[in-house]
Write a protein that binds this ligand. Structure first.
Ligand SMILES: Cc1cc2nc3c(=O)[nH]c(=O)nc-3n(C[C@H](O)[C@H](O)[C@H](O)COP(=O)(O)OP(=O)(O)OC[C@H]3O[C@@H](n4cnc5c(N)ncnc54)[C@H](O)[C@@H]3O)c2cc1C
Length: 401
């Protein structure tokens, strides 16, 4: 039997749950089809300050009992001895001054429950198999039956269901290609106090890649190694941690949970929008996670989609392909800024020189921190203007910072 709705959403990750929450709050009939049963594990644990106003709009409150306060980001090159800390409170005026480090099983369930409490229906443990479109509806076949809707949001994450059906996945080969990661449990009280004081994410620069260290509540540390070339396996993780004096010290006496490996995660979806559908979050695009932008771009993208879609559904012009144009432009500008920063991180000494420069122009430094905070839609950030201008002109102008 087929049920009929305003909007069907594939996936209840941060993107899908945000969209479901806002559409339901606006009075639309929304169903989310989620393959997993929550809570479920997910990689990606570091939020950005730019999420804070949206979390408030969603009715989601994070606190220090369940989540770790995050004051900023540290970049460390143990080979040269360079180390720099960027605190979000030093960003441009108006950028929120902190974020959170989250265990995704807990965070994603909180977001999904908030959507349910606003009136969205989430069908857990049900996978979408195929999607088809006709003139006045979209038809979704799941392993539990079929659904019809006026509009489809694909928030299926790295599965990128529609992109794969449409043959529209375009891998980005020169950004991070694979990761190996694990949680360490039982940090000593001294290490917990040290990491918990600012709750920063630590990014260690290594040959052809980087390592993240993210403190989590409950005396845990998430450590992952990312490479853009070369082999990724469990031994790489062990070698990388053993080679880092700081990580050796932080993880001494802890228990490491099993390692997990993920690959081929940097890609674009060449057909992320069409009549009666849009792909959001990772299902639309995913860039290397070095600046922790994935969850923010998924949630803030969902917000801009739902604001447009809600009006489209009320007017009855939701199938107009032009409806999502403002959203597409907004996301292109955000992905563009992060992509420029990430490319420079991997493929030039520029980021190294910029991050560790002994003297930085104070205004550019504040602008850099605002970008690191995910506050990428403002027109007064000179650092961001230089970053994106260098893309347009094909010249690396940020070097002159
Ligand atoms: C190694 C690595 C480290 C990362 N670290 C960070 C970080 O520190 N900070 C950060 O912000 N981001 C990070 N990310 C990225 C972040 O995890 C994602 O950007 C984020 O989860 C995207 O949210 P989403 O809602 O688009 O997709 P997801 O969170 O992946 O949610 C998609 C949901 O869709 C469901 N689904 C998939 N297929 C189907 C189907 N056929 N039917 C029904 N349901 C389906 C899945 O079960 C899942 O629950 C990292 C990514 C990687 C690879």
């Amino acid at each position: 039997m087929s049920s009929s709705h305003d909007v069907v959403i594939i996936g209840a990750g941060p993107g899908g749950s945000t969209a479901a929450n806002l559409l339901a709050a606006a009075g639309h009939d929304v169903v989310v089809v989620e393959r997993a049963v929550f809570p479920r594990f997910h990689v990606g644990e570091s939020l950005l300050p730019a999420d804070l106003p949206l979390l408030e709009r969603l009715g989601v409150e994070l606190d220090g009992r369940s989540f770790q306060f995050k004051g900023g980001a540290e970049f460390i090159d143990e080979r040269s001895g360079d180390c720099v800390t960027y605190l979000f409170r030093d960003a441009l005026d108006g950028t929120p001054d902190h974020a959170w480090q989250v265990e995704r099983a807990v965070f994603d369930k909180l977001l999904a429950d908030a959507a349910t409490s606003r009136g969205a229906v989430i069908r857990y443990g049900e996978a979408v198999r195929t999607v088809s479109f006709d003139d006045d509806a979209v038809r979704v076949e799941s392993d539990a039956g079929s659904l019809r809707a006026r509009y489809l949001i694909d928030a299926s994450g790295q599965d990128a269901l529609l992109a794969r059906e449409l043959g529209a996945v375009e891998p980005i080969r020169d950004l991070g290609r694979a990761a190996v990661f694990a949680h360490y449990e039982g940090l000593s009280p001294e290490v917990q106090a040290e990491l918990g004081a600012q709750g920063n994410v630590k990014v260690f620069m290594i040959e052809d890649g980087w390592i993240w260290a993210i403190p989590l509540v409950g005396g845990r540390l998430s450590v992952g190694v990312i490479k853009w070339r070369g082999k990724i396996d469990e031994a790489l993780h062990e070698r990388a941690v053993a080679a880092s004096p700081i990580l050796r010290r932080l993880t001494r006496g802890t228990t490491r949970r099993p390692l997990r490996i993920l690959g081929n995660f940097s890609f674009r979806n060449r057909r992320a929008v069409g009549p009666r559908y849009i792909c959001i979050g990772d299902a639309a695009c995913f860039l290397d996670p070095v600046f922790s932008s994935g969850i923010s771009l998924a949630m803030l993208g969902a917000e801009s989609v739902t604001d447009l879609l809600s009006c489209g559904l009320e007017r009855g012009d939701e199938a107009d392909p032009e409806l999502m144009q403002p959203h597409i432009e907004r996301m292109e500008s955000a992905y563009g800024s992060f992509e420029q920063l990430i490319r420079r991180f991997y493929h030039s000494k520029m980021i190294h020189n910029l991050f560790f420069a002994s003297e930085q122009d104070p205004e550019l430094r504040r602008g850099l921190i605002s970008v690191l905070a995910g506050d990428v839609w403002r027109d007064d950030n000179r650092f961001q203007a230089l970053l994106t201008a260098s893309k347009r002109r094909g010249r690396p102008r940020v070097a002159s910072c």
